[in-house]
Structure formats: C-alpha cells, structure tokens
Design a protein around this ligand. Structure first.
Ligand code: 13P
Length: 251
C-alpha cells in the first residue's frame, strides 16, 4: 500500500515573513498528520525558516531545484550540502516551468536526480505534456521519454525514495484540471513504463503524484484513482485552508 504524498510547490511566492505565517498555520492544522506525507517547498530564501518551524513535526521540507554539482564556481546554484544542512528532504526536479523558461532538459534533470539520490535527498521528478502534445496525440510518447531519460541509471531499489509528479502543462495554473480518468490513464501508463525499465516491484512501490489545478473540491476524486498517490500543489498550496483541505482529502 503506497502512502499518499501531498507537496506544496510555493514557486516564486512568499517573502520570509509570509512563509513563516503560512508554515505556522499549516503546523497547527497538520502537525499530527501521520497517514499522509506532507512536504512544503518554499523558495530558497524561506527554506531555513520553514524548516525550523516544522522541525519537530511530521511535515517535511523540499526545495524547488538543486544543482547537479557538489560545490564550486556555479553562480546562482544551490547544492545538496546546503540543502541538507537545513534539513531539506525532498527536491523538485524538472518542473515544467524550469523546462520551459530555463531550458532544462532531460540530460541535466537526470544528473540532478542521480545526484539527489546519491546524497539521500528524495527527488520529485516532474513530467507532463503540453496542450499541443495532447492535441496531437503525443502525450504518452512525450511522458515516456521524460520518465526514461529522467530516471536513467536509477536502480530499482531507489524507486521507494523517489516520487514522480505527472503535471500536464495545460492544467498548471489554468484552473483546467485533468479529469480523474485522464490523469489515471497517464499514471497507469507511467507505472507501466517504470515496470518495463526496472521491474514490477519498483513500479508497484513508486509514488506518482498528480499536479495541475488540484484543489480541495477536486482532490477527493483525483486521489481516489488507483494509480494517483498524491498531489503536487501550486496555487492552492499558498493558502493554509486550501492546502490542509487537500491533505485531508488524501487521508
Ligand atoms: P497549480 O496547482 O497552480 O496548477 O500548479 C501545479 C504545479 O505546477 C505544482 O508544481
């Protein structure tokens, strides 16, 4: 039985002060929540403050990116040591906004995934098709390449540590949510790709989140699908009541 995982991707939102307020609100609401893994992913500047607030709770902290390198002359980058120093446990990698605006490609995303696992951080690998891909019937082809390339050289035993987030680009921040059936179909497909890559045991164990306009009112149906193991939440993660509502839908 896979434990559900709900992660909030705050993207480039929240000053430190605002992040502290949100994290304190969520701590009150969700601190005892043992049945669902909850992860907060604030911007880098607020990571330490949020990490301190949730330090003795069940809530974990994640970053929104990580360098594939260990240290050195990489201006603007943040490495695993810096994240682990402040008790970050998860790293979102390959988000579609990074693929689209910063031209991150599967090669570099894979290097980051491999590095994160090597350093005992849990990658949340994001994959998903654009509207153009979907309308041209290429959803499976696009997602399969992202999964195969993003998880290249990852051992079967590591699949319990990583998370795949299926985020159809056309559903992100648009209010246009994939139907539960559309999402389920792609999740089942991804699990099949993993099975083909590393075997049935890893495919059965890996958690696959859905992301894209998930809200408390559509979360129950999405999370009720057999292959949907959680959510990666953008807009609704910026409000304590909405995010807590989604976590409760996962219980
Ligand atoms: P929204 O929930 O705002 O659509 O964002 C989803 C997302 O991109 C999470 O990573």
């Amino acid at each position: 039985m896979r434990k559900k995982i709900i992660a909030g991707n705050w993207k480039m939102n929240k000053t430190i002060e605002e992040a502290i307020e949100l994290a304190n609100g969520l701590k009150l609401d969700l601190a005892d929540c043992k049945d669902v893994d909850v992860v907060l992913c604030p911007p880098f500047t607020a990571l330490k403050s949020v990490s301190d607030i949730v330090s003795e709770t069940q809530i974990a902290v994640g970053s929104q990116n990580m360098s594939s390198e260990d240290e050195g002359a990489y201006t603007g980058e943040i490495c695993h040591t810096m994240l682990k120093e402040i008790f970050v446990r998860y790293v979102i990698l390959g988000h579609s906004e990074r693929r689209q605006y910063y031209k991150e490609n599967d090669f570099w995303i894979n290097k980051k995934v491999v590095k994160a696992l090597e350093k005992n951080l849990r990658p949340i690998l994001c994959v998903g098709e654009t509207l153009e891909d979907r309308e041209s019937g290429s959803t499976e082809k696009v997602v399969e390449v992202q999964v195969r390339e993003g998880l290249k050289d990852v051992a079967a035993e590591s699949y319990t540590e990583l998370v795949i987030a299926y985020e159809p680009v056309w559903a992100i921040g648009t209010g246009k949510v994939a139907t539960a059936q559309q999402a389920q179909d792609v999740h089942a497909f991804i699990r099949g790709v993993v099975k083909d890559m590393v075997g049935a045991e890893a495919a059965d164990a890996v958690r696959i989140q859905y992301g894209g306009s998930m809200k408390p009112d559509n979360a129950v149906e999405l999370l009720g699908q057999p292959d949907i193991d959680g959510g990666l939440i953008g807009g609704a993660a910026l409000d304590a009541t909405s995010f807590a509502g989604i976590v409760k839908a996962a219980m």
